[in-house]
Design a protein around this ligand. Structure first.
Ligand code: GLU
Length: 430
C-alpha cells in the first residue's frame, strides 16, 4: 500500500481535526493548513579540498499568531521544502498544545553531515544564517536543533546572528545552545525526558496492560539519536526494560533488557548497535512489531504504516519522532485497541525547554536543572491531562466515530482551537 507524503498526511489530519473544532470558521482552513511564509536559499560553500559546492536551505514560518515562529533546523540529504513545511505546521500545534507563546517554524539545509568535516559544517551554517538575514530573530523566528544539528550548530547560529546585529542581547535568537553560551540546563535531554514524563502521566491515568507505572514494562525504541538515547536512559531509571533498540543501520533485541549506557558505549566504539554482545540482531521492521508493551518510534517519519500496523504488538505507541505513524496506521492501531500518544504531545518537551531557555536568555538568568525538569514535568503532565479530557468529550459528542476516538484528533483539535481562537481574538487584519 502506498503511504502519502508527510505533507499530504499533515493536510489530511488538519482537515479531519477541523471537524472537531468548536465554532471553527471554515475559511480559516487554508490559512491553517499552509505556511505563512516559506524561504528557499541557495548558497555556495568552499569545501576543504578547495572545491566549491552549492547548498539549498529552507526556513518556513507556518504560523505566528501565538508568538514568534519556533522550530528546529535539520540537516538531511533528502530534505525538501514540502517536508519542512509540514514539520513547521506540527510546531504550531505542538507549541499551542504545550502552552508556550510561540508559533510554528522549521528549517534546514540539504546536506549529509556524515560526509562533511566540522569546518565545512561551520561554513554551511554561517552562510545559511547569513542568507536568512532578518527572517530569523529573537522576537520573529527562533531556530533550535533538530535531526543532525546540535548545540555546536546552535553556537555557530548565535555567533553569526550576533556578528550581524552587534550591541544587543542576541542570545534568545536561537535555543539549544551550549550551556556556557546561554543554553538551558536540561535542554539536551528535554525531548527524551518529556517523552517519558508524558508516558508516565498517561500510565498513571489509563495504564497499559494493567500497569500504572513504568516499572517492569517492556519497551522497544526505534532510533538511538539524541531523543531515543535520552528516553532510553530515563525509562531504565524508572524500572522499564528496553527489549529492542534500533539505529539507522539495524536493531538489537534482548528480552532480558538492554542497558542504554552499554549500548551507547558500544555504538561509540563500533558506529552501530548491531553486534552488541548479549543481544540478537533484528531489522528495524522487526523492531516495530516486536513483542513489547510500549513502542517508541524515535527516528523518522512513516515508520508505522498500513502494512505493518496490523502486526504491532505494543499496547501503547509513543511518538518521540515527528510523524512516525501514518493516518491509515492510526485507524488500524485504534481498531486493534492500541493507543497512540501523538507527536505534538509526546515530543513537545524539546520546544518546552527551548521556551525556558528563551525566557532565561531574556532575563539573563540561569535556572537549575531541577527547576527546569520540574517545570517540564508539570507542563507535559498538564498537556496530557488536557488531551485525555478533550478526547473523552469528543468521544461523548461523536460516539462510534473512530477519528474522534484518536488522541491525535483530540490533541490537534485542541491546538487548532487555540490558534483559530487567537486569530479571531486578534481580529483578521485589516
Ligand atoms: N526540533 C525540535 C522539535 O521538533 C525542537 C524545536 C525547538 O526547540 O524549537 O520539536
Amino acid at each position: 500500500m502506498t503511504t502519502p507524503s508527510p505533507h499530504k498526511q499533515g493536510l489530511l489530519r488538519v482537515l479531519d481535526a477541523s471537524r472537531y473544532v468548536t465554532d471553527f470558521k471554515k475559511g480559516l482552513l487554508a490559512h491553517l493548513a499552509n505556511p505563512r511564509r516559506a524561504i528557499t536559499v541557495c548558497f555556495p560553500v568552499e569545501m576543504d579540498d578547495g572545491s566549491v559546492r552549492s547548498f539549498f536551505g529552507y526556513r518556513v514560518l507556518h504560523n505566528n499568531v501565538l508568538g514568534p515562529g519556533k522550530g528546529g533546523i535539520r540537516y538531511h540529504p533528502d530534505l525538501t521544502l514540502e517536508e519542512v513545511s509540514s514539520l513547521a505546521a506540527l510546531m504550531t500545534w505542538k507549541c499551542a498544545l504545550i502552552g508556550v507563546p510561540f508559533g510554528g517554524a522549521k528549517g534546514g539545509v540539504v546536506c549529509d553531515t556524515k560526509q562533511l568535516s566540522e569546518g565545512e559544517l561551520r561554513r554551511i551554517t554561517r552562510r545559511f544564517i547569513a542568507e536568512l538575514g532578518d527572517n530569523i530573530g529573537p522576537h520573529t523566528d527562533i531556530p533550535a536543533p533538530d535531526m543532525y544539528t546540535n548545540a555546536q550548530t546552535m553556537a555557530w547560529i548565535y555567533d553569526t546572528y550576533d556578528a550581524m546585529h552587534p550591541g544587543r542581547n542576541n542570545r534568545p535568537v536561537v535555543t539549544g545552545k551550549p550551556v556556557d553560551q546561554g543554553g538551558s540546563l536540561g535542554r539536551q535531554d528535554a525531548t527524551g525526558r518529556g517523552v517519558v514524563f508524558a508516558t508516565e502521566h498517561y500510565l498513571g491515568i489509563r495504564g497499559v496492560n494493567g500497569h500504572r507505572s513504568l516499572q517492569g514494562l517492556r519497551v522497544a525504541i526505534q532510533g538511538f539519536g539524541n531523543v531515543g538515547s535520552a528516553a532510553a536512559k530515563a525509562l531504565v531509571e524508572r524500572g522499564a526494560v528496553i527489549v529492542a533498540l534500533g539505529d539507522s543501520q539495524g536493531a538489537i533485541h534482548a528480552p532480558e533488557g538492554i542497558d542504554p549506557a552499554q549500548a551507547m558505549a558500544f555504538k561509540q566504539r563500533n558506529g552501530r548497535l548491531c553486534g552488541m554482545p548479549g543481544t540478537t540482531n533484528i531489522s528495524n521492521a522487526e523492531l516495530i512489531t516486536a513483542d513489547c508493551d510500549i513502542l517508541i518510534p524515535a527516528a523518522t517519519a512513516s515508520q508505522v504504516h498500513a502494512d505493518n500496523a496490523p502486526d504491532v504488538r505494543a499496547r501503547l505507541v509513543v511518538e518521540a519522532a515527528n510523524d512516525p505513524v501514518t493516518p491509515q496506521a492510526d485507524l488500524i492501531l485504534h481498531q486493534h485497541g492500541i493507543t497512540v500518544l501523538p507527536d505534538i504531545l509526546a515530543n513537545a518537551g524539546g520546544v518546552c525547554v527551548s521556551y525556558f531557555e528563551w525566557v532565561q536568555n531574556i532575563q539573563n538568568e540561569q535556572w537549575t536543572e531541577d527547576e527546569v525538569l520540574h517545570k517540564l514535568r508539570e507542563r507535559m503532565s498538564r498537556a496530557v491531562g488536557q488531551v485525555l479530557r478533550h478526547s473523552e468529550a469528543l468521544q461523548n459528542d461523536h460516539p462510534d466515530d473512530a477519528h474522534a476516538a484518536l488522541l491525535r484528533t483530540a490533541a490537534l483539535a485542541l491546538a487548532m482551537e487555540r490558534v483559530s481562537c487567537a486569530v479571531l481574538e486578534r481580529g483578521i487584519w485589516p
